[in-house]
Design a binder for this molecule. Structure first.
Ligand SMILES: [Zn+2]
Length: 94
């Protein structure tokens, strides 16, 4: 059993976001475990990028009339992650 440590996990946000992005479809489909769902929502609360991503996913689902996990290819996820990276490095655009 490990002691509870309060580690400041700064500098790890990219990984967390990537993980969150991977959970979005499961979240929207309601297939996340309760623990994962909490973790996901906790991350959304502090991460505007993932909040925006979730909003976009919802909009996409409304447009297409439904999106299954199969529709969100790993390639699509990669594209979103790449978009995030750009967004992050050039926050305010031009
Ligand atoms: Zn995030």
């Amino acid at each position: 059993m490990l002691p509870r440590l309060r580690l400041p996990l700064r500098g790890r946000r990219d990984l967390v976001c990537q993980e969150a992005v991977e959970l979005v479809t499961d979240y929207l489909e309601g297939t996340l475990s309760r623990a994962d769902r909490r973790r996901f929502e906790a991350h959304l609360a502090v991460c505007p990028h993932c909040t925006e991503y979730l909003a976009q996913m919802r909009a996409t689902i409304e447009l297409t009339g439904g999106l299954t996990a199969a529709d969100l290819t790993p390639q699509m996820q990669d594209e979103f992650i790449a978009l995030y990276r750009q967004w992050r490095t050039g926050q305010n655009g031009t």
